[in-house]
Design a protein. Structure first.
Length: 278
């Protein structure tokens, strides 16, 4: 596989048929407008797409030329599987994750890339601001602990990185086993495995990405099926001695309580109690 030249990075994005074509185009454009340009863009089409989405893919191909790699899966497998397929296809050591409906701030990748190059980090993420229709229409910022030490401690109770704007080293992701099947927790599961192998992380405190919310995002974080995976994930953390007995019990109680309340209540809980505590 052809490798990137020095001082460049890959973009990894997955898209499936239910995505909005307008949002999809905006997401790609935000990466094309980065102050530090990418050299490689891996787009995983997670199952057959609609005609409108395929038109955006064709537009992207015309705009990017050889920089765009398109991987088409025969059927929808989910985000974790799509990223697992895409990681080995990335030509660069540094990979910037991007969702197909979010908008990266122009200097996002430059700031993250510099930190990865200058520091001893394997993962760099940052703060994001949620929005519904237009960036800035909601005063909700997800800010997570900054240093490796704080991140490791925080990871014992909650996901320590904002997945939509993460940038990481390809070699370290593969060394940890790449993305693996763990519904609802594919990213968190990967971070824990990387942290257990000694990888260090960093979170930029300023907002580097605008994340689109809605479409039942908080509704999906509840219900019996979701709770089963919540408890399985906590059991995994405990079995690997990543968390203590006390933390295991507390996590299970809190997550169960959050999972059984209505989605509207859950959304408020996330922002009042979870998002603002580091």
């Amino acid at each position: 596989m052809e490798q990137c030249t020095e001082n460049t990075y890959s973009v990894l994005m997955s898209v499936y048929r239910k995505e909005n074509p307008v949002y999809f185009r905006q997401s790609i454009q935000s990466m094309m407008k980065q102050t530090l340009p990418f050299s490689d863009f891996v787009l995983v089409c997670d199952g057959p797409l609609t005609r409108e989405l395929d038109e955006i893919v064709q537009w992207a191909q015309e705009e990017m030329g050889d920089r765009l790699q398109i991987i088409r899966l025969k059927e929808n497998k989910g985000l974790g599987y799509a990223l697992k397929i895409g990681i080995p296809r990335c030509r660069c050591e540094v990979i910037a994750r991007m969702d197909s409906d979010d908008i990266s701030r122009p200097d996002r990748c430059q700031r993250q890339f510099q930190l990865l190059e200058q520091g001893d980090y394997a993962i760099v993420s940052g703060s994001l601001q949620e929005f519904v229709s237009e960036p800035g229409d909601m005063d909700r910022v997800r800010q997570l602990p900054r240093t490796s030490e704080e991140i490791l401690k925080y990871a014992q109770k909650r996901n320590p990185f904002n997945h939509p704007c993460v940038m990481f080293r390809r070699s370290e992701v593969l060394r940890a086993g790449n993305y693996q099947d763990f519904p609802g927790f594919e990213d968190y599961y990967l971070w824990v495995r990387m942290l257990r192998k000694g990888c260090k992380g960093y979170n930029v405190q300023e907002v580097i990405l605008d994340m689109r919310t809605g479409n039942g995002m908080y509704d999906r974080r509840g219900g019996s099926r979701y709770l089963v995976w919540v408890l399985r994930f906590q059991k995994y953390l405990y079995s690997r001695h990543f968390i203590s007995t006390g933390r295991f019990l507390k996590n299970c109680i809190v997550r169960t309580a959050v999972g059984i309340v209505p989605g509207s209540v859950r959304e408020k809980f996330y922002h009042i109690f979870l998002r603002n505590s580091k």
